[in-house]
Design a protein around this ligand. Structure first.
Ligand code: FPP
Length: 256
């Protein structure tokens, strides 16, 4: 079990930036992104799907830089879902090579920018080369206290909840926990995100409007923002538009 986390943390940060004649005065603490549309981006250009994923990988770096610039604390990127294993093997292999390629290319810059790398998901089931590259980056950036780049790898909310239930059931079986003691924090603290606040803003690109098994528990009170652009075309300016819209949302967390 991890650190105690309030289930409904209300946390945005004050800022003051002029963007396209509007002031950005409040940014979300934690932004989560479903990076959708790489395949369609490539298809529209007559390119193989891989080219879309590669361009999508480079866009992760651009958006991380923008998030850092705006003083966002955490950005969680959905890079590989538990359902993505169903894709043709060459695409799965390519997607699972991207974390290594991303880190080979950008780790020095990320270190310079004080970014800390984390992951959520069933890490042990990833190929050795993926795990090695990510573990190396986690180790190299663990002392950084800037933006957290949290990469969701082999992540799926339902499997996360299955693991959570199993770990809680084991605690009960071992006599360390009485069922009457189980509350929302027991569950929150047994998820992969046990040490992170819930996302304040969730963005999905490519015009699709669904959660696709991403952060189901954690997004109970998250603000959603949908972009019609495919992920490789999701620019810093569009990201800033999402931030500008977010600051006008009235977050009541079920209250008045
Ligand atoms: C969904 O688009 C995207 C993915 C399944 C992969 C997302 C991965 C990246 C953007 C790069 C990973 C980056 C790092 C840092 C590891 P899709 O292929 O489903 O697109 P489509 O719906 O248009 O086919």
């Amino acid at each position: 079990m991890g650190i105690f986390q309030l289930p409904f943390r209300k946390k945005s940060k004050k800022t003051n930036v002029e963007l396209s004649n509007k002031s950005l005065t409040l940014v979300p603490d934690h932004v989560a992104i479903i990076m959708d549309g790489n395949g369609r981006w490539a298809n529209e250009r007559g390119l193989p799907r891989f080219a879309g994923h590669k361009e999508g990988m480079d866009n992760v770096k651009r958006i991380v830089k923008a998030a850092n610039k705006h003083n966002i604390s955490i950005i969680t990127m959905y890079a590989f879902s538990t359902e993505n294993w169903k894709r043709p093997k060459p695409e799965v292999d390519y997607l699972l090579k991207l974390p290594k390629e991303f880190l080979n290319t950008y780790l020095p810059e990320l270190i310079e920018e004080n970014v800390q790398i984390k992951t959520i998901g069933a890490f042990n089931l990833l190929p050795e080369h993926t795990k090695k590259a990510v573990q190396h980056a986690i180790e190299k950036t663990k002392a950084n206290d800037g933006l957290i780049l949290n990469i969701a790898l082999n992540y799926g909310s339902r499997s996360e909840l299955v693991h959570s239930v199993q770990s809680i059931a084991n605690s009960v079986k071992e006599g360390n926990l009485d069922p009457s003691q189980i509350d929302e924090s027991t569950i929150a603290n047994s998820l992969y995100t046990y040490d992170l606040p819930d996302p304040d803003l969730l963005i999905r690109t490519s015009g699709e409007m669904r959660l696709s098994n991403f952060l189901l528990w954690q997004s109970a009170y998250t603000e959603f923002w949908f972009a019609k652009e495919y992920w490789p075309s999701f620019t810093e300016e569009i990201f800033e538009q999402a931030l500008l819209d977010y600051q006008n949302r009235k977050r009541r967390f079920g209250g008045l």
